[in-house]
Write a protein that binds this ligand. Structure first.
Ligand code: AMP
Ligand code: ZN
Length: 463
């Protein structure tokens, strides 16, 4: 039986979907005004793991992922510059061109990471009418009000406000910043629709004049359209718990009067060198940047699988090196199993299968499941081990069916690279790991990877 940690109840719960074998699931998607960074991508690996575990357990899924191409504001409070508008100004391109470009790159990244696309991909700009209808419906039930700059949700009319994050509104109000919009009834009231200044780039006609939707209404309008008033799972990163998801609940439940999402699943953040990832610190890496440094995208997926989704994961290049080496060793070992015609007893296989199933069904304990695979790989060589590893790979998504032979075909390594490789080996012998790392990076910048193995190293040309 699958158990998941539900943010709403703060407990691990048995997973029981509304419809017997069909799971309805909504995941907050990217705002397509720049490249997704590795932190964002950790959250989509997490989404993918939920989907893979459900499929492994025999469920069908109706999954929705939204693409925010309207551009929401730079701050969660309803002010600041529109992100799409900013990118559009900086890149001198029309907002929709920006959105199209980054959406394409986003899906390429997902593909590189073996992240399956949800069944429904919903672009915000295709659902403006649904959002306007939703705001009107909220007005009709008396929880929205108009100010000179937009339509706002009146949180005082929704007594359950705060139930997901457990925030105490009174405390929050007492500590609230100086309110910029004095027409709001309550500092935490949030915009459902904003009236646009004439120069605002993305705007649509509405009953309230030209304007654009608030961010939260986008997810409510699209999830309810495709999944109905109540659905099974909503996923996203932990940063969305206190505002975005709280506001989605308020909108949905004020309108329908029923519980909108049964299981809220949130993935923890990725840190870089123990701290926050931010553009100004220059540590928001993309998948392409990792590739340029000689890592395969699946090394990054493997790196993510080694931490439980509810734990913070600290990204370092040492960690990536370890992931790369560990994945390579696993691949070599499984390849050797693949070549062996020997059989493994049914009891041994069953033991691993049970351990694996228990791990993945215990709130997606993928690190533990990986441990089972590593232990299993140490069994005497047998094709049965390889076959069972492929079954496990339905969840890991590491392309274990595409293992390359352990005996690398001879390649011509240029003398310059060979010298750098020997210098690196020497540095390692002298335990000068920072020099060794520098040399590895230099080798990567010249188009080669060097991979440590038990018996030495392998040098490869990057394709
Ligand atoms: P955004 O495009 O900013 O809405 O982010 C897309 C997704 O990435 C959201 O689900 C965020 O919660 C998630 N996210 C943003 N930063 C990080 C991070 N450092 N680690 C993990 N997930 C993140
Ligand atoms: Zn959302």
């Amino acid at each position: 039986m699958l158990k998941v940690f539900n943010t709403l109840s703060r407990k691990k719960e048995d997973f029981v979907p509304i419809k017997d074998r069909l799971v309805s699931m909504y995941s907050c998607g990217p705002t397509v005004y720049s490249f997704a960074h590795i932190g964002n991508l950790r959250t989509y690996v997490f989404m993918d793991l939920i989907r893979r575990v459900l499929k492994y357990d025999g469920y069908k899924i109706k999954g929705v992922l939204n693409i925010t191409d309207v551009g929401h504001l730079l701050h969660d409070s309803d002010d600041g510059e529109d992100k799409m508008a900013k990118a559009s100004r900086e890149e001198k391109k029309a907002p929709l061109e920006i959105a199209e470009f980054y959406t394409k790159v986003f899906f390429e990244d997902l593909q590189k990471l073996n992240i399956g696309k949800p069944e429904i991909l919903a672009k915000a700009t295709d659902h403006i009418k649904e959002m306007i209808d939703y705001v009107q419906a909220l007005e009709a039930v008396g929880v929205a009000y108009e100010t000179s700059d937009g339509i706002y949700f009146d949180i005082a009319k929704f007594p359950d406000y705060g139930k997901l994050s457990g925030i105490n509104l009174e405390e929050q109000m007492a500590g609230a910043r100086v309110e910029v919009n004095s027409e709001k009834h309550n500092p935490s009231d949030f915009a459902l629709w904003k009236k646009a200044e004439p120069e605002h780039i993305m705007q649509w006609p509405s009953p309230w004049g030209m304007g654009y939707p608030g961010w939260h209404i986008e997810c409510s309008a699209m999830s309810q359209k495709y999944l109905g008033k109540s659905f099974d799972i909503h996923s996203g990163g932990v940063d969305h718990i206190p505002i975005h998801h709280e506001n989605e609940i308020a909108q949905n439940e004020a309108l329908t009067g029923q519980k909108s999402v049964n299981y809220w699943l949130h993935g923890e953040f990725m840190l870089v060198d123990g701290g926050k990832m931010s553009k100004s610190l220059g540590n928001t890496y993309t998948i392409s940047q990792l590739e340029q440094r000689g890592y395969a995208p699946l090394d990054f997926r493997f790196f993510c699988l080694n931490a439980h989704y509810r734990k913070k994961l600290n990204f370092t290049f040492e960690g990536m090196d370890a992931a790369k080496i560990s994945r390579e060793r696993l691949s070599l070992s499984l390849y050797q199993h693949k070549l062996s015609a020997t059989k493994t007893s049914a009891e041994i296989l069953e033991k691993y299968r049970t351990q694996f199933d228990d791990a993945v069904n215990d709130d997606l304990n993928i690190p533990l499941a990986l441990g089972v695979l590593f232990t299993m790989a140490k069994e005497p060589r047998s094709v049965d081990i390889y076959t069972l590893a492929l079954t496990f790979d339905k969840i890991f998504g590491l392309s274990l069916d595409r293992l390359s032979p352990p005996e690398q075909p001879k390649q011509d390594i240029p003398a310059e690279i060979a010298d750098l490789v020997s210098a690196r080996m020497q540095a390692k012998k002298e335990k000068d790991y920072s020099k060794a790392d520098e040399l590895r990076k230099l080798i990567a910048s010249k188009g080669y990877t060097v991979l440590d193995t038990k018996d030495g190293f392998i040098v490869n040309k990057i394709d």
